[in-house]
Design a binder for this molecule. Structure first.
Ligand code: ZN
Length: 122
């Protein structure tokens, strides 16, 4: 298995400039290796009893990854078909990053990912 690496701050900045995942969930060009293989998975969670989200962005080609957590933007609706299709695996949430990314890639290949993202009117 390929080793996982981290996106550098500069690569993340380039990605953030070009890509708006909330608007376009398709694969994106990787600032590190140039392949159109950057994928993102968002997961609803709670932090300090407030709605929050965890995000993983990774490149399926060069295995660089970045994780993030933050408050859930008000009105953002993340459809998470993984949770509906396989609640047990979703609940378990793979403990290690290599396993998690391998699973997310399988879900992507099966068409469960990418997710669809929407906004609820206030
Ligand atoms: Zn890459």
């Amino acid at each position: 298995m390929l080793q996982l690496g981290r996106f550098t701050p500069m690569e993340l900045e380039a990605l953030g400039r070009e890509r708006n995942f909330l608007r376009d969930q398709s694969e994106w060009r990787c600032p590190a290796c140039g392949e159109v293989s950057v994928r993102t998975y968002l997961r609803n969670t709670r932090h300090a009893d407030r709605p929050a989200m965890i995000g993983y962005t990774w490149c399926a080609a060069c295995r660089r990854v970045a994780g993030s957590t933050g408050p859930l933007p008000p009105g953002l609706v993340i459809s998470d078909r993984w949770r509906e299709l396989d609640p047990e695996a979703w609940e378990e949430f793979d403990r290690t990053l290599p396993r998690l990314l391998a699973r997310l890639d399988r879900l992507w290949e099966k068409g469960v990912l990418p997710q669809s993202i929407g906004w609820k009117r206030p």
